[in-house]
Design a protein around this ligand. Structure first.
Ligand code: ATP
Length: 239
């Protein structure tokens, strides 16, 4: 029996006006994996994630999730199909409390008891958020806002979690905490696709990795393999 990938991008091309930002990228994510997409500034990592979550439409190529074409499906409906994105730059709702932000993550769900249980689970995963449950999100530190962004995405109870630069701007201790938490999230059954400039940190928790440069794939392989290849580390991973 052929096991189909949970997510498959097949030769996607994505433009901003006349500018090609992603030029023929193919990526697969299998259920239960942590996959990372690494590359320098402007490589097309965020554009790829935004295409999966339905914020951008590929001009060419397809995106398939659980056997169904989703390129062209609205971002709202894609959340309903089981994909949630924690955005780059921690776009939480700054005037709302931590609790309200978490509730908004579950906006498509109706299962009140389950939502409450998941909220409790998030506060166990991120004890710092419990201490700040009534605080306006915009007044929290960068690291705390990052945790809230991840927790809010998880409140959608996604099958696939997309993370855009979760370590951005964080102190080293918090980077470790975020990456440890991503491992825990996977152990609890969520598949993860994480975009990172901090390539070596991402490779340390990922099963497989794709290296993007100028909108094209330069390399793909197991994270362990890529990490051990000095030439690749020097050329693409900031090592
Ligand atoms: P970074 O880590 O710097 O965010 P990235 O790998 O995520 O980089 P993208 O943000 O996907 O890269 O950008 C890919 C290319 O598309 C870049 O050349 C960028 O300038 C361009 N681009 C991104 N957003 C827009 C936009 N809204 N309008 C025009 N060009 C854009």
């Amino acid at each position: 029996i052929l096991r189909q990938p949970m997510l498959a991008l097949n030769d996607i091309h994505v433009y901003y006006g006349n500018i090609a930002a992603v030029k023929g990228v193919s990526i697969e994510v299998n259920q239960g994996e942590i996959v990372t997409l690494v590359g320098s500034n402007g490589a097309g990592k965020s554009t790829t994630l935004r295409t999966i979550s339905g914020l951008l439409k590929p001009r060419k190529g397809s995106v398939t999730f659980l056997g169904r074409r989703i390129d062209g499906v609205s971002a709202h409906d894609i959340v309903g199909l089981g994909i949630a994105q924690s955005p780059e730059g921690r776009r939480i709702f700054p005037k709302m409390s931590v609790a309200e932000n978490l509730d908004l993550g579950a906006f498509l769900r109706k299962d009140k008891a389950e939502i409450a249980a998941d909220k409790e689970r998030m506060l166990e995963l991120f004890p710092r958020l419990r201490e700040r449950i009534g605080q306006k999100a915009g007044t929290m530190s960068g690291g705390e806002q990052q945790m809230l962004a991840v927790a809010r995405a998880l409140m959608a109870r996604p099958k696939l979690l997309l993370l855009d630069e979760p370590s951005m701007g964080l102190a080293p201790v918090l980077v470790d905490l975020i990456f440890d938490t991503i491992k825990t999230i996977r152990e609890q059954g969520t598949t993860v696709l994480v975009v990172e400039q901090n390539a070596l940190a991402a490779l340390s928790i990922a099963d497989r990795a794709y290296v993007l440069e100028s909108g094209s794939l330069k390399m793909a392989g197991s994270a362990a393999e890529l990490r051990q290849d000095d030439a690749i580390v020097k050329a693409y991973l900031g090592g």
